[in-house]
Write a protein that binds this ligand. Structure first.
Ligand SMILES: O=C(O)CCC(=O)C(=O)O
Ligand SMILES: [Fe+2]
Length: 370
């Protein structure tokens, strides 16, 4: 079933092709999204552009299926709402063949089951290439790739990714609406750690457009064969306009971002990411190294401290990143409603900190925390 394309702001630059040097200069250095047309040109994957073709090529491939972990926020029933925002650390995960998932979707078009952030299986990697734009010269680690599959109507709630990697999201089949909100607009989106409290998925189409204009958001549709570039930590919200599959490529990070992010057991503090985004714009090498030294010495001390419990730890870590932001950003502190103490954030941080699950860290290839 193909839906009408919604009206979008359609304000993301599109290029048919780009060489890595231009891509870095025009988009990575300026932290600007772009849609690129031919990153898989010539590969077998580029010819798989429908659900039918994917079923034929790799229908027996097993994918991880789980509930959309933010769907309780958009379902009316009280039991779902009481469940609140579930996190990946406690979701039940099953493995199904892709063909079985697509069949489930046909029979249950409103299902909230999806495949999210699943390491791209070798059988799919063999049909594709790592796009040359993903090989940035400063990378201090390997690229990571994940697969996403979901039904029409499913979505990814407005969030940013905790790993601070640049990301290229390639669309295999189906269309997606991709919305990105710059890190600098976070005082308008009410963050709880890396989730926004705004529920774009519950708005009607005109309300979405009004909100996205207010936020200064980027908004576009990507079609099969296209890829969209997400700068590190940009807030993003994704809608599945059709049942679809995508594969993302998460670039290797430069040394400092990798060291600082990975040192955090819970690397989802908006101020941590705003700091790193700011650092990426500092071109004077001495200034940059000075800032890195200051940030690292404070972070290492606070992260290595023993606290009475993980709520107290959360408050100390949050305060450390806030204070670093206040003293680092050229404009001084951000407006106050950005980061008032938030009980939802605290609960998320505590749950992440206390969870014995390390799977999500391993999947994101994060190093050992302090
Ligand atoms: O496409 C999706 O479902 C979400 C993509 C996303 O959040 C990501 O690539 O980080
Ligand atoms: Fe994401």
């Amino acid at each position: 079933m193909i839906s009408e394309s919604p009206k979008t702001l359609d304000n993301v630059t599109r290029v048919a092709d780009i060489n890595p040097e231009d891509f870095i200069d025009r988009f990575v250095r300026t932290q600007t999204p772009v849609v690129i047309g031919n990153t898989q040109a010539g590969t077998p994957l580029s010819r798989i552009t429908t659900a039918e073709a994917a079923t034929e090529a790799f229908g027996d491939l097993r994918i991880q299926v789980q509930q959309n972990y933010t769907s309780p926020l958009s379902r009316g029933v009280a039991a779902a709402r009481r469940q609140g925002l579930s996190q990946k650390v406690r979701n039940k995960i099953e493995e199904w063949p892709l063909a079985e998932y697509l069949d489930h979707v046909n029979k249950n078009p409103d299902t909230d089951l999806l495949c999210v952030e699943y390491h791209t299986p070798a059988a799919v990697r063999e049909l594709m290439k790592d796009p040359n734009v993903c090989g940035v010269p400063w990378a201090s680690e390997d690229l990571v790739s994940f697969m996403f599959v979901a039904n029409q109507g499913n979505y990814a709630h407005l969030h940013f990714d905790g790993d601070f990697r640049n990301v290229l999201l390639y669309q295999v089949f189906g269309r997606k609406r991709v919305v990105m909100v710059p890190v600098s607009a976070r005082d308008k989106i009410s963050p709880s750690m890396n989730f926004s409290k705004l529920l774009i998925q519950n708005m009607d189409e005109e309300e979405k457009l009004d909100l996205l204009r207010y936020l200064g958001a980027y908004d576009c549709v990507i079609n099969p064969g296209e890829a969209v570039y997400f700068p590190p930590s940009i807030w993003h919200y994704v809608e599945y306009l059709d049942t679809g599959a995508s594969i993302n490529f998460r670039f290797g990070r430069e040394e400092f971002a990798r060291k600082l992010v990975d040192a955090n057991r819970v690397p989802f503090y908006p101020d941590l990411h705003a700091l790193l985004s700011h650092l990426a714009t500092v071109t004077d090498q001495d200034v940059r190294v000075g800032l890195e030294d200051k940030i690292w010495s404070e972070a290492r001390t606070v992260l290595a401290t023993e606290y009475a419990d993980s709520a107290e730890r959360h408050r100390a870590v949050q305060e450390m990143y806030r204070a670093l932001m206040d003293s680092t950003l050229p404009d001084g502190p951000l407006s106050r409603h950005v980061d008032i103490d938030c009980p939802v954030a605290e609960q998320m941080a505590v749950e992440r900190h206390d969870s014995p699950s390390k799977l999500w860290r391993e999947e994101l290839m994060l190093g050992e925390p302090i």
